[in-house]
Design a protein around this ligand. Structure first.
Ligand SMILES: Nc1ncnc2c1ncn2[C@@H]1O[C@H](COP(=O)(O)OP(=O)(O)OP(=O)(O)O)[C@@H](O)[C@H]1O
Ligand SMILES: O=P(O)(O)OC[C@H]1O[C@H](OP(=O)(O)OP(=O)(O)O)[C@H](O)[C@@H]1O
Length: 223
């Protein structure tokens, strides 16, 4: 039986609703009284693991789950050795640079050696490296917007979805690093071993999410 790692948090409800449309019922994970982290879907077809969003690629990389659903931002940050099978088209957000209103207009205007707070340290570092601008990245686990508000940092690199958190904290977005949506990922070897079964799920999910979805057909992507 295949196992899928599902992300707690912002992506969970839409993930479960999407899987319901292909006949996999993991709605027990939405029940706040449920504390079970590993369940079988109601039809007994697939096993599900409920994990933190950042940990989805870890379970897939180690082969404990053959499949996973995770935000593209996490894949960019963690660079796991997994196959990116289908862009599922939901969970849209973008990774952006933001600053206090009325300070800087472009990331390139930030002073060298300034501080940038972020939960996505690798994305932030790579972006400023690409600008050839040396900065000090301050790693945080949340409420990143407080960086500029408290004057701990000049800028942040963070996810923006509606933009409400930035607005309500007097910050503005000055650059977009990349867009992010949820992806179906797979363990590369499991993909090869279960190619028919996984391909079947891929096709069903892709048909649901088309036209946004894009399947990676390049075999090198599958490791
Ligand atoms: N407004 C949003 N803010 C954050 N993430 C979003 C948003 N909209 C969609 N997402 C997606 O949801 C994923 C999970 O985000 P969530 O905020 O639940 O977890 P997290 O803060 O990354 O991790 P944790 O809460 O476990 O520390 C993100 O990786 C991203 O792909
Ligand atoms: O543009 P918006 O729709 O306002 O969403 C963006 C906010 O959501 C995320 O935080 P999250 O809710 O995960 O909380 P956290 O800062 O504690 O991680 C992200 O880090 C932003 O702070």
């Amino acid at each position: 039986m295949l196992t899928v790692a599902l992300p707690k948090g912002a992506l969970l409800r839409e993930t479960i609703e999407l899987l319901q449309q292909v006949g996999l019922d993991f709605s027990a994970f939405l029940d706040s009284s449920n504390r079970q982290l590993q369940i079988c879907d109601r039809s007994g077809t697939m096993q599900g693991l409920l994990v933190r969003a950042q940990d989805v690629p870890v379970y897939v990389e180690y082969g404990q789950a053959q499949l996973g659903i995770v935000g593209y931002d996490v894949l960019r940050e963690k660079q796991p050795t997994v196959a990116q099978l289908v862009d599922l088209g939901f969970g849209y957000c973008r990774m952006s640079v933001a600053v206090k209103q009325g300070t800087y207009q472009r990331a390139a205007d930030l002073p060298a050696h300034c501080r940038v707070a972020s939960k996505s340290v690798r994305c932030a570092r790579e972006y400023f490296h690409s600008l050839d601008l040396p900065v000090e990245i301050i790693p945080l686990y949340g409420s990143v917007e407080l960086g500029p508000i408290t004057d701990m940092s000049e800028a942040i690199v963070d996810l923006v979805s509606t933009g409400r958190t930035l607005r309500e904290n007097g910050l503005v977005e000055i650059e977009k690093l990349f867009d992010s949506t949820a992806y179906l990922i797979a363990h590369p070897l499991s993909y090869r071993l279960n190619v028919d079964e996984i391909h079947d799920w891929m096709t069903r999910l892709r048909n649901l999410t088309a036209p946004k979805a894009s399947e990676l057909t390049n075999q090198s992507e599958l490791g």
